[in-house]
Design a protein around this ligand. Structure first.
Ligand code: HH2
Length: 289
């Protein structure tokens, strides 16, 4: 497939404003789940989750990404009611206390709709917005979106993933989803793309995608990377999720060097500091502090 070379993304639009991409945007992860792969159960209590959200913002997150369902390999789906029960009060409370944009990490239009009504301005859908109801929702609400590539579903995605050309196939998928969203009238500047590290990928696939970020950025949309604490970082030498911070920072900085704009991270303070160093090197018209 031939892709026209687009102009580099400069902003990411969402429901109430836009995020300038002249420096790396750090998306802080807040998982309100009992079973997330690296922090499951830590912020499952509503009040603890709210405190953690405030802390992440204090640490310099540019976006707060809230999720109520784990999508780790092998995970079981939860109902929309349960997912909303986990995230609802946290979003409703944080929206009154913080002034960074909030994104809702969900594959379910029901949950996304309620989260938007409560104040979320971005929908982060790891299933790549393949559900037409989700597309109609994001169009009608005028939110920003993250479309991510995943092979199959969380239950099965790590069962012998195979690609002839992982970068080419992921890029073709993302380009196709972007075209579908634009055809449905999602503004081009509202669409961020994400290759989905660890979602149906071996270590070699993840490394190839890191090297290929420039190819994805050539589509002209903000590129989001979620490398934080992922198992490929562990397999490359850093062990259990709690030991993966240095590897996560290295992968995040390299992704930025290859053209990524948004880094999704659990360890926000450390990631912000590391990205300021990456930004100073990768000036690319960016504002360097
Ligand atoms: N990774 C996870 C969840 N959401 N969203 C985007 N856009 N990109 C990612 O790489 C991504 C994501 C998985 O990480 P985490 O939320 O920490 O784990 P879990 O799914 O187990 O809650």
């Amino acid at each position: 497939m031939v892709f026209p070379m687009a102009e580099a993304a400069k902003v990411w639009r969402h429901r109430t404003g836009e995020i300038a991409l002249d420096r790396t945007c750090v998306m802080g992860v807040l998982n309100i789940t009992p079973d997330s792969f690296s922090d499951g159960g830590r912020y499952f209590d509503t009040d603890i989750a709210i405190r953690r959200g405030l802390e992440i913002v204090d640490q310099g997150a540019d976006v707060l990404d809230l999720g109520g369902e784990s999508t780790r390999p092998g995970s079981d789906a939860v109902s929309a009611e349960e997912e909303w029960r986990r995230v609802g009060r946290v979003i409703e409370t944080l929206v009154r206390k913080v002034d960074v944009p909030m994104s809702i990490d969900t594959m379910k239009p029901e949950v996304a709709g309620k989260a938007i009504d409560a104040g979320a301005v971005i929908v982060n859908d790891v299933s790549g917005m393949r559900d037409p109801t989700m597309v109609r929702l994001v169009v009608s609400k005028g939110v920003g979106v993250v479309v991510m590539h995943m092979l199959g579903n969380p239950k099965t995605m790590q069962h012998h993933p195979h690609y002839a050309d992982v970068v080419g196939e992921v890029k073709a998928f993302l380009a196709d989803r972007v075209r579908a969203l634009e055809a449905a009238k999602v503004p081009s500047e509202a669409i961020a793309i994400d290759p989905g590290f660890g979602f149906g990928k071996t270590v070699e696939h993840n490394v190839a995608l890191l090297r290929g970020i420039g190819d994805l950025a050539a589509l002209g949309h903000p590129v989001v990377v979620g490398v934080s604490r992922k198992s490929f970082i562990g397999k490359l030498g850093a062990g259990e999720p709690g030991m993966r911070l240095p590897g996560s920072l290295a992968a995040g900085a390299l992704a930025v060097a290859h053209g990524a704009h948004v880094v999704r991270a659990h360890d926000v303070l450390e990631t912000v500091r590391a990205m300021r160093v990456a930004d100073a090197v990768v000036a690319r018209g960016r504002r360097v502090p």
